[in-house]
Design a protein around this ligand. Sequence first.
Ligand code: DGL
Length: 248
Amino acid sequence: MIGLFDSGSGGLSVLSALRARAPHVDISYFGDIAHAPYGTRSAQELIDLTVAGVTTLKEMGATEIVSACNSVAASVLAGAAGTTPVIEMTRPTSRGMKARIGTRVLLIATPATIDSKIYEEALRGVVELESLAVPELAGAIEFGADDATLSTIVHEALKKKRDQRYDSLLLGCTHYPLVLPIIRGEAQRFFSGIACINPAEFVADEVVRLFDCAGTGSLCFRISVDSAPFRNRVHELFPEGRYTIECV
Ligand code: DGL
């Protein structure tokens, strides 16, 4: 069984890319909403939360893990997942971005991801990367802010780069694809013709390539605090209701 974990809803973007490729894969999903957002936490806190998240997924029966959270990618690559096989966000993205070699890319992500320089390292020699932290966006998405608030956050962030030209916008937080139309709309205002890239697609490709995706299609969610926005998103993704959600 494959375990996915994130601070909350963001990993659903990875889950949905994975399910599109492997409809029968058995999944345990842990959303650590009690500690969300992760992206403004310290490196040590993120290591501790990664260890706890992996332990939870193993308790749920996971034998292979997808860290569906960019903010903990540095912790995972530093070994916080222990000996359990784990796929994180940045290495598959680096491989996927080889199709765009030499292009100009703007990375938007949480402060933790940007400060860790994990994408700079992964994409060095692949693309010309500029980075922009958007501190409030993941939390606003997680806790169900309205579209106008989300547009303003994205607008104010991208405005800082308005004099630049980019070929693509790399969504370096798994929460961002959940509001793709808003991000795409604001990006087009400043950078006409820019492509939005969702790393979940690269990660899902890698999971199908490396992990055991045979199964019965079971889907169990565990969340560390109850959340209506989380439940609503899961219901939108899986309207047929073949899943369980438990709060611990
Ligand atoms: N979705 C996660 C990420 O990719 C965490 C965002 C957050 O909780 O700040 O970074």
